[in-house]
Structure formats: structure tokens, C-alpha cells
Design a protein around this ligand. Sequence first.
Ligand code: VGL
Ligand code: ZN
Length: 205
Amino acid sequence: MKKALIVVDMQNDFMPTGSLPVKESDELTQLINQLMPRFDLVVASQDWHPADHGSFASQYPGKKPGETVILDGLEQILWPPHCIQETKGAEFVEGLEVKKISHVFHKGIHKNVDSYSAFYDNEHRHATGLGRFLKAQKVTDVYLVGVATDYCVKYSALDACALRLRTHVIIDACRGVELKQGDVERAIGEMNQAGARIVTHRHML
Ligand code: VGL
Ligand code: ZN
């Protein structure tokens, strides 16, 4: 058994003071740091958009965040501009032990397709390299933490299950956007249904 911790999108723009705030997400940093030494390997994803990314509401005059458009044939929820490459908002949150992260995988780099999963874009056309890396490292078990439970964490967990990695979500080390009330609960149901195990940090420490 080889265990990897996947730290999902712990970036300034997803913190409570960021441009796409996720409630209480700042509370995760210390907990994630505490978890890191319990794993054979720590990797991270970083949402990494061009400034004119097609998921940004600002690209569509008259449209607001939360509304949807069709982007390259897929329904796309619009977000405030966030995690623009090389900006402060895209940087990892201060205090996160980045030294312990052995590899960072960027996602959302193509203007015309979003990428909630840390493994593939939403069209499943481009891989980030995370899956190949984990297989090359002979990782058998992955544990997901970070944001957002109902987007990036969920889609990463579903892809990890499909890649036949034993998938765990450390649920109290995740926080959700909850655009609609119940989104986090529904995401937990979907991840569970796909075969992911929902655990708490106590299970790991
Ligand atoms: C995410 C919305 C937009 C996420 C990324 O990381 O969950 N959510 N971009
Ligand atoms: Zn994004």
C-alpha cells in the first residue's frame, strides 16, 4: 500500500477574503499541514486560469456569476475571475507547507474548457499528469483534502475512483462552495456512490 495526499486548490482566491470565497476554507491550512507527514507522498492541484478564461462571468457582458453559458458544447457555470496564472490570488495560501508537496498539477489552463478535476479537464480530453504520476509512483490509495467539496474535490474523487485508485475523502479537511443549499451533501452522496470512502482526519492522525 502506498498513500498519497492530494491537496486540492488551497489558493488565495478560494479563501474567505478571495475572489471566489469558500467559507471557512482558511481553517483547513493547519489541519492539512498536520496530515502531510502521515503520507508517503503529497501532491497538490492549482487552479491556473488565463486572464480571459471562459468560466469567468466577466467574459460575457450582462452575465453574472452563478449563471450558465455553453462553453465549447458543455454547460459551464460562470464564476468571478479567480486563480489567474502568476497572480497573488492563484498562489498557495500562506502557511501551507509547500516544501512537503512533491509535485503541483495545474488545471483550467485552456481558455475554452474548465477543469474541476485535478486529473482531467471537464471534456476529459487533456490529462493534467496527476494520474500518470500516481501510477508511476505506484500509489494505491489517495486521500483528498481542500476546496471545493462540491466541485474540484468531488470531480477529482470521481476520476480517482475511475482510475481504480482506492479513494478517500477527508471530509472535515474539505469545504464547499454550496452555490445551492445541499450541494455539499449531494456531492458526498455522489462520491460515496462512486466508491470513495468518506473519512475524517481523526481516522488518519
Ligand atoms: C473550483 C470553481 C471554479 C474548484 C475551481 O477548485 O472547486 N471551483 N474553479
Ligand atoms: Zn477555476
